[in-house]
Design a protein around this ligand. Structure first.
Ligand code: GLN
Length: 388
């Protein structure tokens, strides 16, 4: 009998799909998947609409992305971080950031290489490494502040280490890596000649003055780093699946060779709209942060009212909450109980861990606050039932 490959036979349905289905079945307010329930900026939606009708954007674009968007990506990186990126040979547009990470790994990692993965990690990273035949080497962030242990990180580097997967601002903890942590990672990568694949899709979601620093901007790091970005998070259009990678031409050339045989090119009308989006004035990004700071505080209030312990996140639209004072059981049991009986869906974070370290998050739940205020208020009202 024909059957699936051994490569994928161990993969379960993603936790996002499982929780979405459960939420739908029970009419739960869904604070699980990071999926905004409001629309992106009208000028960006209108740009997409124009692109669909102008007769110039409905066929294949150039494989690496249209020139105006590659220039806008380079311009955005220069405007916010002062980094000089070659729009011709240093940028590739991809169908979303998840594909960007996979394509970068495909273009930069060989079978048998070790890749350092910081836990908790975004759920596609490790299956990506499995599909590539690379070996994940895990380094956990330690609760309650979700910090790196420098000695553990140092010990993870071996002569076989080819890359490290970094994600800052960090999903699911809501942490923004500090300058000291980035310098530690950078120093080790330079010492061991290791590439950083830096997933920075939440770059504009930082609060209370926390500053996002691309690791590529640290001294000597540009040539060691491929950075992944996303349109969906910053412009509330996650369904457009539009992302990019940028870095030094020598590394981007590897990513480009993989990209041409994975997707060849990316949805053309979205690229026209993405160009408009990335060129929006600074006020857009400031208002976006202010809007999300208020949403974060709304959710923090609701969770405190329900008796959950939280750490105030300084980045992303996620946070982790400790439920051990109000529920006896593990995180999957809690997520199922909350979705089914309380009517609020969340994500159990042990799915973002190796079995060895999963215990570190077994009393935590991830909540997303990329939701309208009405949704967050209704969630808070339902969550109050947990306390009783
Ligand atoms: N990045 C989003 C999250 O963490 C969505 C991920 C997905 O559905 N694959 O919720």
């Amino acid at each position: 009998m024909p059957s699936m490959s051994k490569r994928v036979s161990g993969f379960a349905t993603t936790i996002f799909t499982e929780i979405n289905e459960l939420a739908l079945q029970h009419g739960a307010v869904n604070l699980g998947q990071g999926r905004p329930d409001f629309d992106g900026p009208p000028e960006v939606i209108e740009a997409a609409e124009r692109a669909l009708r102008d007769g110039k954007h409905n066929q294949y674009p150039p494989g690496i992305g249209i020139a105006p968007l590659r220039e806008a990506i380079a311009g955005h990186v220069s405007r916010f971080y002062g980094l000089e990126v070659d729009a011709g040979r240093g940028v590739i547009v991809t169908p979303g950031a998840t594909v960007a990470v996979f394509t970068a790994l495909m273009g930069l990692i060989d079978r048998g290489d070790e890749v350092i993965v910081i836990e908790p990690y975004f759920d596609s990273y490790v299956p990506n490494l499995v599909m590539l035949g690379a070996t994940p080497v895990y380094v956990p962030l330690h609760p309650p502040e979700w910090t790196l242990d420098p000695d553990e990180l140092r010990a993870a580097f071996t002569p076989h280490t080819r890359a490290i997967l970094l994600n800052t601002p960090h999903n699911p903890t809501g942490r923004v890596f500090t300058q000291a942590e980035l310098e530690l990672i950078a120093g080790l990568c330079i010492e061991h000649d290791v590439t950083v694949i830096s997933d920075e899709v939440y770059e504009h979601l930082t609060f209370d003055g926390a500053l996002h620093t691309p690791i590529a901007s640290l001294p000597g790091m540009f040539d060691h780093t491929v950075t992944v970005g996303s349109l969906g998070k910053t412009f509330s259009v996650t369904g457009w699946k539009t992302g990019w990678v940028y870095g030094p031409p020598a590394l981007i050339e590897g990513v480009a060779r993989a990209h041409q045989y994975i997707t060849f090119s990316t949805h053309h009308p979205s690229q026209a709209a993405a160009t408009v989006a990335l060129n929006l004035p600074g006020s857009y990004f400031e208002e976006f942060q202010a809007m999300y700071t208020a949403k974060r505080d709304l959710l923090l209030g609701g969770l405190a009212g329900a008796g959950l312990k939280t750490r105030t996140p300084e980045g992303t639209y996620f946070l982790l909450a400790d439920f051990s004072d109000v529920f006896d059981g593990d995180d999957l049991e809690f997520a199922r109980h909350l979705t089914t009986d309380i009517g609020v869906a969340c994500i159990p974070p042990t799915f973002f861990y190796s079995t060895e370290h999963a215990h570190m998050a077994s009393t935590q739940a991830r909540f997303a606050f990329c939701k309208s205020d009405t949704t967050l208020q209704e969630a808070a009202r339902r969550l109050a039932a947990l306390h009783r």
